[in-house]
Ligand binder design. Structure first.
Ligand SMILES: [Zn+2]
Length: 77
C-alpha cells in the first residue's frame, strides 16, 4: 500500500510504502528508505486514507504534491 506523506528523516514530501511484518507495521519512505514503526491496529488503513485526504486537500494549495505518483518521487514545498 502506497501513500503520500512528509518524511521527517529527509524532510521531503514523498511516497511511503506501508509494510506489515506479523503484528508490526512500518511506513517506509521510498526516497530515503527511512522506516518508522506505526501502530498496527484496526484503524491503520482508515488513518492512511484520512491522511491521503489531507494530502489531496493540501495539493489544492501546493500543486507539486500532485506530482507524487511513483516510488521515489519527492518534492519540497
Ligand atoms: Zn525520507
Amino acid at each position: 500500500m502506497l501513500f503520500r506523506n512528509k518524511c521527517t528523516a529527509c524532510d521531503f514530501w514523498t511516497i511511503f510504502e506501508l509494510k506489515t511484518e506479523g503484528e508490526k507495521a512500518f511506513q517506509v519512505c521510498t526516497h530515503c528508505m527511512a522506516q518508522t514503526a506505526v501502530a498496527n491496529d484496526s484503524q491503520l488503513e482508515a488513518r492512511i486514507r484520512d491522511g491521503e485526504k489531507d494530502v489531496q486537500a493540501l495539493a489544492g494549495h501546493f500543486p507539486a504534491l500532485s506530482r507524487l505518483q511513483e516510488r521515489g518521487d519527492h518534492v519540497k514545498l
